[in-house]
Design a protein around this ligand. Structure first.
Ligand SMILES: *[C@@H]1O[C@H](CO)[C@@H](O)[C@H](O)[C@H]1NC(C)=O
Ligand SMILES: *[C@@H]1O[C@H](CO)[C@@H](O)[C@H](O)[C@H]1NC(C)=O
Length: 173
């Protein structure tokens, strides 16, 4: 009985206290620990407002955002988790109100058939080339996101439909 108490009240809390996962408050940008500890330590905090992280982790966060938005198609989760409340939005169909952006995209993305063809992250900019499968022809979407540290703070996009009288014989994809 004493041993059980010892383990429960002394050993376990101590293990939590000293394990890097729970005790580390390292600045995410300055050290080079093992990948797991590094990610764990940085992800203790919320992504927005942004805090400094190295580019590798920024790229991972951006990839997770794309997966939530276009894979999982959970628009509110994607924006509330990864996008700044004061995001600068350049899409002319949107306003500067993040909730309004979420409301509009929630009427589109969950019902759209979209495939991410490629994505990349470099120098604070994330790119996604997206195929929007529509009838009769798929449309091409290019998304550009700027991050400040862990948080997406600005967005541009362009979308292209194949015109009926296109002079280019090759497919858009
Ligand atoms: C989106 O994610 C939130 C938070 O994880 C969850 O509560 C909600 O049910 C999800 N919505 C959909 C439509 O999956
Ligand atoms: C999405 O579009 C692709 C290509 O047109 C098609 O193969 C796939 O079945 C579609 N998926 C859904 C869920 O409609």
């Amino acid at each position: 009985m004493h041993l059980v108490r010892f383990v429960l009240f002394i050993v376990l809390p101590l293990a939590f206290a000293v394990s890097p996962q729970y005790s580390v408050h390292l600045p995410c940008s300055t050290t080079d620990p093992t990948e797991e500890n590094y990610v764990e330590a940085c992800l203790q905090k919320k992504y927005c407002p942004g805090h400094e992280v190295d580019e590798r982790l920024q790229g991972k966060i951006f990839a997770d955002f794309l997966e939530t938005l276009y894979g999982e198609k959970n628009v509110s989760k994607a924006f509330e988790t990864y996008v700044d409340l004061n995001v600068i939005e350049h899409d002319p169909d949107d306003t500067q109100d993040r909730d309004a952006i979420v409301a509009r995209l929630s009427q589109i993305i969950p019902f759209a058939n979209m495939t991410i063809l490629s994505s990349n992250f470099n120098n604070n900019i994330g790119l996604a080339h997206v195929k929007v499968n529509e009838d009769p022809e798929p449309a091409a979407l290019a998304d550009i996101y700027r991050m400040e540290g862990t948080c997406i703070v600005e967005h541009w996009d362009v979308i292209q439909f194949r015109p009926a009288n296109s002079i280019n014989p090759i497919a858009m994809f």
